[in-house]
Write a protein that binds this ligand. Structure first.
Ligand code: OOG
Ligand code: NI
Length: 454
């Protein structure tokens, strides 16, 4: 039996992240500046959590036009060891956007350590009648069905790889290069009238469906101190959006995710007007973003953070500083300020490890932690926040688009997304499983079992 050696998905994912980063630095020079500033901050910081992955850690964002396109993209990501995690309905946000999203990422601890690259992927809901008239829906369907995101060569490689259980080592460099091409800015001229029609409904819809293909919308490095990064970029002449999205620093450890960005860039694209004349026009869709990641929270911990953010929203303070102070006070009041306290309250997910002290009759996990028989380390939040995502979308649009009154979630679309991606992981279940496995392993190492411990 002949067997072709298969490439490691972890190596392929690391290579994809590096190549996309090189491409994006060429397309968007300010991104290169952002990565450089991020590396300077990270190098001068004592925080060593995830230190070995920080230098290459990125998330990207892409937008596709249909669930069929999502299915195609999903098959490609799967060969890079990236699976769909989480569901975000961006139509329910303050500035409703006609997309539903998921993130493709590695799910196993070792794979995240090898290369944590993830892609926030949004799908246009082109048949949502709250946004699109029936005429627009029909025209969208026709044009979307006509376009090709993935080259025939890559389609063939994907099919062969799926059949073989992975990408052949000999094909992997080509596979990565063809995948990068899928996310490269498409140079084909845009139909101006069609673009304007969609733009009136939503600038995100025109970005997605007036072009001939998808493209990387942004690529985001991870920094250990986002406030310092924000100040550094401003000092170096790059205007950042004034807000850092997500829960601010407080008395306890960083939680979840904080993000900020610099303004979408004016870019020149080729258009064709109604008379068939070519014209260059300025569009603003791509931008730079940076993020800081903290500990993953349980649904209960997350609810406390969401409540704190809501209090600040309702209070409608006059300044950003006051808004942050309100959230800080709420977090300090509702959450324990150490990893141990967060874990004991069931507000955050942790990895358990055997400590240095000998077990001496302790009957609960909390007692074992308190006595130093078990130590806890934070599990990093690997996902996204719908409010921040909506904020990032909105802060970079030139205008909001048409008014939409009904902004309720549509569960049918969650099912369509799930069907397109095959398996849709619940992020909480992944963190809970990681915590549970670490506890089982730790107790075993201490000669205890879960049954004996409450
Ligand atoms: C995606 C926006 C969401 C994030 O980091 O929350 C996102 C987009 O603009 O396509 O990337
Ligand atoms: Ni992003």
């Amino acid at each position: 039996m002949s067997s072709t050696p298969l490439a490691s998905p972890n190596d392929m994912r690391a290579s994809l992240a590096a190549r996309l980063s090189a491409m994006y630095a060429e397309e968007v020079p300010k991104y290169g500046h952002l990565v450089d500033a991020t590396n300077r901050i990270n190098a001068n910081h004592g925080d060593t959590r995830d230190a070995d992955r920080l230098g290459t850690e990125r998330h990207g964002a892409i937008r596709v036009a249909s669930f069929d396109e999502l299915e195609q993209i999903s098959a490609i990501f799967s060969l890079f060891g990236m699976e769909a995690v989480g569901y975000y309905d961006l139509r329910t946000s303050g500035t409703p956007i006609p997309v539903v999203s998921t993130a493709f990422r590695p799910t196993a601890v070792g794979d995240l350590a090898a290369s944590p690259f993830r892609m926030f992927t949004s799908t246009l809901v082109a048949d949502d009648e709250r946004f699109f008239s029936s005429d627009l829906q029909a025209e969208l369907a026709r044009r979307i069905a006509e376009r090709t995101l993935v080259s025939d060569e890559l389609v063939d490689l994907v099919d062969a790889s799926v059949a073989a259980g992975g990408v052949a080592e000999a094909d992997s460099a080509r596979f990565v290069a063809l995948t990068v091409d899928v996310f490269r800015l498409n140079a084909e001229p845009i139909d101006e009238a069609w673009h304007a029609q969609l733009d009136a409904v939503s600038p995100v819809a025109s970005d997605i469906a007036a072009a001939a293909g998808t493209h990387l919308n942004h690529l985001t490095p991870r920094v250990v101190d986002i406030a310092a990064l924000h100040a550094l970029m401003e000092a170096e002449g790059v205007t950042m959006i004034d807000r850092i999205q997500g829960p601010p620093s407080w008395d306890g450890p960083d939680v979840l995710l904080r993000q900020t960005s610099f303004r979408a860039l004016d870019e020149t694209r080729s258009f064709i007007d109604a008379d068939g004349h070519a014209a260059e026009k300025v569009v603003r869709v791509r931008f730079g973003e940076v993020e800081q990641r903290g500990i993953a929270l349980t649904p209960q911990g997350r609810a406390k953070v969401d409540a704190a953010m809501d209090v600040a929203k309702t209070a409608a303070p006059a300044t950003e500083a006051e808004r942050l102070d309100i959230i800080r006070a709420e977090l300090n009041a509702s959450l324990g300020s150490t990893i141990e306290a967060l874990a004991a309250a069931g507000d955050a997910y942790v990895e358990y490890q055997p400590g240095v002290s000998a077990v001496d009759g302790q009957a609960t996990v909390d007692d074992l932690v308190a006595a130093g028989c078990i130590t806890v380390a934070p599990i990093t939040y690997e996902d996204f926040l719908p409010a921040s995502a909506a904020g990032i979308f909105a802060s970079n649009l030139t205008h909001d688009g048409a008014q939409v009154d009904d902004t309720s979630a549509r569960l049918d679309d969650a099912d369509r997304l799930r069907e397109a991606v095959g398996t849709l992981h619940d992020p909480y279940a992944l963190y809970a499983a990681q915590q549970h496995e670490s506890l089982t392993r730790t107790l075993e190492a201490l000669g205890l079992s879960l049954e004996e411990i409450s």
